[in-house]
Design a protein around this ligand. Structure first.
Ligand SMILES: Cc1cc2nc3c(=O)[nH]c(=O)nc-3n(C[C@H](O)[C@H](O)[C@H](O)COP(=O)(O)O)c2cc1C
Length: 197
């Protein structure tokens, strides 16, 4: 077995669901996190949404990754389990990508990398986004959960009283960082009702 990677490698994939801000913010925070090497992938539909929702171009988006992969490059490092990427977050995750992951359909580098993460029993977080949900969506989420993946819809919490969209997004991103064991200050621990202002 290869030694664990140093720095820690985290894969961030942005797919074509609405909520591109989650992937972009996550990549920004990981880029600044000491000891983390971010591998970024953006699907064509994901890039459409990044441009539409955030006004970010391809070059600015790709600058968020330490390493940027083309989703068609199925020969990339992260397509192999021998490359020690310890976690992957799909943020946001479309129902199409969810379906492909749930069925082991490695039809591009995003779904192949997710397949590898699952087979190597590493951490996979899918920030699935759609509403309402049909039975295929629900069954696919169940399948991913049964395989050890974490289904994390970006449903905001209001108990921290977010005043802006940025605060709301940061809280959700902070909870994802907790799941992949990256120290964060975006989502402080709940101090109990008596500890709140
Ligand atoms: C503006 C826009 C918003 C979309 N929002 C969603 C969404 O919230 N959830 C979803 O599953 N698909 C959504 N889609 C559709 C996906 O982008 C589409 O299914 C695409 O094929 C997904 O491909 P990918 O998984 O390779 O990124 C949206 C598409 C557009 C253009």
């Amino acid at each position: 077995m290869n030694a664990p990677a140093s720095p820690r490698r985290v894969i961030v994939a942005i797919t074509g669901a609405t909520g591109a801000i989650y992937g972009v913010r996550l990549a920004q925070v990981l880029r600044a996190a000491p000891g983390v090497e971010t591998h970024l992938l953006v699907s064509p539909a994901g890039m459409m949404n990044v441009q539409h929702e955030l006004g970010l171009g391809k070059a600015d988006t790709e600058a968020l990754g330490d390493v940027v992969h083309n989703v068609r490059d199925i020969g990339a490092t992260i397509a192999s389990g021998s490359f020690r990427a310890e976690a992957m977050v799909v943020a946001p995750c479309s129902m199409r990508t969810l379906a492909a992951v749930a069925n082991g359909l490695s039809d591009n580098l995003i779904t192949r990398a997710a397949d590898v993460i699952l087979k190597e029993r590493r951490r996979l977080v899918l920030m699935v986004r759609e509403t309402p949900l049909n039975l295929a969506h629900l069954r696919n989420m169940t399948a991913v959960t049964e395989m050890g993946g974490i289904v994390f819809p970006p449903v905001p919490g209001f108990y921290q009283k977010p005043a802006t969209i940025a605060e709301l997004v940061d809280h959700t991103v902070g909870r994802v960082l907790d799941l992949i064991d990256v120290p964060q200050t975006l989502a402080p621990s709940w101090a109990g009702l008596n500890g709140q202002v």
